[in-house]
Write a protein that binds this ligand. Sequence first.
Ligand SMILES: [Zn+2]
Ligand SMILES: [Zn+2]
Length: 441
Amino acid sequence: MEAYCCGIISFARIPAIPKRIHFPSDSNHHHFYPSRKYSTTSRLTYVKPLVFRGQPQPNTGLSSQCGNRTELLPASDDDNGDLDFIVVNFYSFNFIKDPEEEVAKHLSFLEGRDIHGRIYLNEQGINAQYSGPSKDALAYVEWLREDDRFSDILVQISPALNGHAFPKLKLRYKPSLVQLEGGISHLPLIDPSKRATPLAPSEWRKKLEAVHELDDASNSTFDKNYVLLDVRNGYEWDIGHFEGARRPDVDCFRSTSFGLSPEEVTASDPLANIDKEKTNILMYCTGGIRCDVYSTILRQQGFQNLYTLKGGVSHYLEKEGPQKWIGNLFVFDSRLSLPPSTYKKEAVKEASKTRPTSKSNLLASCYICGSPVTELRHRNCANIDCNLLFLCCIDCVKDFRGCCSLNCTTAPRLRPVLLGHQRYEKWHIYRDSNMQTELTV
Ligand SMILES: [Zn+2]
Ligand SMILES: [Zn+2]
């Protein structure tokens, strides 16, 4: 069974070790450079990104199992390193009468176009994240927008730079556009009035600023009338989040249960014991879909004042820059971690003038020793049979030779320590060498 976690791509976890994440290994990941300006919303203007040649194609093997060990996906054999690749994300809750027929239409349009990713449709709408040369990737969006149902779809675009960010195309009917325990097919997703009130990035920013001003005046950690709710996973929060947002005690979005246990007040639930009628809940996630889904559940639970960040963090970073945001944005494709400059380079410069840099650097800690991590990017355990995705300080990278634990350092199938933003290649590349023992960081 394939889970579709987080609305973008599913992501595995280890139930017994909540702070750790599995991530498949057979992908090369390279330096990610700030892009030129992209318009990612209503207009589909596109500026050619900086393309770095001579680097291997990322063979993304992302996990498709939430709650289990990593499932490796086949690597891509394409060689499109010379083209301008982008990653496109969009979703729309809209009634589709015959989703199978719709799938066939989409497949037919994409025939002969170089699109990799996950595009799922059902009676409730469409959820898509894919990579491709800009020409093909944008043609698909334009084609979709010709359909009245999807003409106002909010599209997020970011540069891929190293070719495809997904291993292959999966375009099909899927019973749930977002994987959540209990399913979502019964939820009134198509009716916007049943969801949280969407706030444009500028409105969201104003609200956060107002809350923080009150905050400064009252010396409390956050205005009591507000809860800033990060509707993502803990490991995403670790590398970046809005100021004042608590780390969600969740390893996989599908098991999120904030606000659902009125009888017991649990310490890990930011919505426990709050006034459902008076408290304003500001919800955010990467691209908006998780909030749209989860807010319908919270509404059913009686929460009255629900607000969500329209288009999620990626849209916010593009429109407002990193104001009130700390760190990077975790993404569910081979790029893993994007600095805010990916979305709005100029705004990052402005923000750094007004904000002490130490604040943005000191948020993540090493999963092994707990010391601060300045590199806001997860790495895979060097033991291919573990392959855990984890945050690690440079000392522990050296001491544990790229492994996540002492146990893994003595495993039979060890890969070399990776430097920088590289991702591991296929196992056979390392199989016949003794690189692990020879390497130093
Ligand atoms: Zn450490
Ligand atoms: Zn390990």
